[in-house]
Design a binder for this molecule. Structure first.
Ligand code: G16
Length: 541
């Protein structure tokens, strides 16, 4: 097998964003685009000679091809072994677990998460380090720098390997181990949660529905929920991963998972429902007649985690991204554990988890997880909820009402303006940033600004500093609005407006109505409608 040395040149724009490099699939399909980035990963991490890597993805269009390219390039650069999920599949949390369990040096995860898949949709690639988590900024910066000076890449002159059955192959001197993508992950879940209690509750008539959205969690959910826990066959819907996710967005929110939400508000709704995204790291949780916001879900999990065997010893701390609601902070304060606010991006939780400073982490963007892996984990969140419900034997709506009665309610919503003109979006943020020194005490609608800042973060473990992470505007009385540009979009800019208001006793308002004064105030300060030419957000979560 001959090693090919292919001359190339830097391709502009190969800069990882919030979670790896995400682009239109056709961008990745350009000659040498994927190969250049893979070689930049190898060069940015100091080479792969002698290393063990985990490789897998969410099964979207181009996944299989990319896995073969990565295998050839890893072998050509001297990697010792690559562990790859059968069929090239691995959910993001399962990849994280496999890296940790097998003591691998790192992994390459192929996904554009909740973005749609297909030749005309989105693709993505990200590197995870040996703790199983997304590479921190220092590493992604080195990968980007490597991409700007690349002049050649190495690959093998060989055909594709069969990946459809577990087994071992050789590619040059490198061993390729094809593994069942589900088994290790499912075993890990059994160590964390009270499967007997959940099984008993299901046997007693508790009903659930899980929508895998034609994405990677289908096989995981069938194995865990139906086979190991005994949920009725068919409880897992859309369980077969498809390259185009059935033509939809595999995004578990009330917009893209509307059929599931509608089913939960119908008279014959099951007791519990959930959905996960393209690569299995996000989750949405619903009860009969109730949608649980990701921020509230994090708070409820933090308040009840001790009911699950894996967390019986209590939590060391909790961490949330800055735009995520402060509901979990109230739990931490009441229960006496530490609470951290980080920039958006799961990579910022890694140091806290590694240092044992946080046990649970979560984000408003439908991600929750714990120190069992170094990624957010959709099915983990579903199982944690099921464990809590099986012990408390209360409907989801009652759990929420009880939580708010105890801790108060942080009304919360995110408004997204998608695909807006990048220059207009940048100008909006720049002008707001420049106005920061003058915002305090300014009246906006019925509210008055108390303080405003451009969020910056110093990692308490490694001291690294990250700036420009979103504009946070606090109002007198405790309401808050945050504006930032998404780092995961692939077309134009996505402006995210995060809105929050705390209520101690008026607990059953409609969130959009409860937040109306904050919405008006942010519009008055930022002029979103005039600058974006939009009258309303595209997505409200
Ligand atoms: C990624 C990151 C998350 C982040 C989310 C949204 O999630 O891992 O930490 O919250 O993107 O980021 P942004 O607001 O910049 O679009 P995923 O599920 O897309 O990998």
């Amino acid at each position: 097998m001959q090693i090919l040395r292919i001359p190339t040149q830097p391709i502009p724009g190969q800069k990882p964003g919030t979670s790896g490099l995400r682009k239109k699939t056709r961008v990745f399909m350009q000659p040498l685009y994927l190969e250049n980035f893979v070689q930049s990963i190898w060069n940015g991490i100091g080479g792969v000679a002698g290393k063990v890597l985990v490789v897998g993805g969410d099964g979207r269009f181009y996944n299989e091809h990319a896995v073969q390219v990565i295998l050839r390039m890893a072998a050509a650069s001297g990697a010792a072994r690559v562990i790859v999920g059968q069929g090239g599949l691995l959910s993001t949390p399962a990849a994280s677990h496999l890296i940790r369990k097998r003591g691998a040096d790192g992994g390459v995860v192929l996904s554009a998460s909740h973005n749609p898949g297909g030749a005309d949709e989105d693709f993505g690639i990200k590197y995870n380090t040996n703790n199983g988590g997304p590479a921190p900024e220092g590493v992604t910066q080195k990968i980007f720098e490597a991409s700007t000076v690349l002049d050649h890449l190495l690959t093998l002159d060989t055909s594709d390997l069969p990946l459809d059955q577990p087994g071992t192959h050789r590619l040059g001197d490198m061993v390729v181990e094809v593994v069942d993508p589900v088994a290790d992950y499912a075993d890990l879940m059994e160590t964390l949660f009270d499967f007997n209690a959940i099984r008993d509750y299901l046997e007693a008539g508790f009903t659930l529905r899980f929508d895998a959205m034609h994405a990677v969690t289908g096989p995981y959910a069938v194995e865990i929920l139906e086979r190991r826990l005994g949920a009725r066959p068919g409880s897992v819907r859309n369980a077969v991963p498809l390259p185009d996710f059935g033509g939809g967005h595999p995004d578990p929110n009330p917009v893209w998972a509307k059929p599931l939400v509608d089913a939960m508000f119908a008279p014959d709704a099951p007791d519990f429902a959930a959905a996960s995204d393209g690569d299995g790291d996000r989750n949405m949780v619903l009860g009969r007649g109730v949608y649980v916001t990701p921020s509230d879900s994090l708070a409820v999990l933090a308040a009840n985690a001790h009911l699950a065997p894996g967390y019986r010893g209590g939590l060391k701390g909790v961490a949330r991204s800055m735009p995520t609601s402060r509901a979990v902070d109230r739990v931490a304060e009441a229960k006496g554990f530490a609470a951290f606010a980080t920039p958006t991006g799961w990579k910022f939780f890694g140091t806290l988890l590694d240092a044992g400073m946080a046990t649970l982490c979560g984000e408003e963007s439908a991600g929750t997880g714990s120190d069992h892996v170094r990624e957010k984990d959709g099915l983990w969140a579903v199982l944690m909820w099921l464990n809590i419900l099986a012990i408390r034997r209360m409907p989801v709506a009652a759990v929420m009402a009880d939580h708010w009665a105890q801790f108060g309610r942080n009304y919360y919503s995110r408004h997204d303006y998608e695909g807006i003109d990048s220059a207009a979006a940048e100008a909006l943020m720049t002008d707001l940033r420049n106005a920061l020194p003058t915002l305090a005490k300014r009246e906006a609608g019925a509210l008055t600004v108390r303080a405003a800042q451009d969020f910056a973060y110093t990692d308490p473990v490694d001291g690294s500093r990250t700036t420009g992470q979103g504009i946070e505007i606090e109002f007198e009385g405790g309401a808050r609005g945050v504006l930032r540009l998404s780092g995961t979009g692939t077309e134009g800019a996505t402006l995210r407006i995060y809105l929050e208001r705390f209520e101690a006793s008026d607990l059953t308002q409609d969130p959009q109505e409860a937040l109306a004064p904050v919405i008006t105030a942010i519009e008055a300060l930022a002029g979103i409608r005039a600058r974006t030419g939009r009258n309303a957000p595209d997505v409200i979560t």
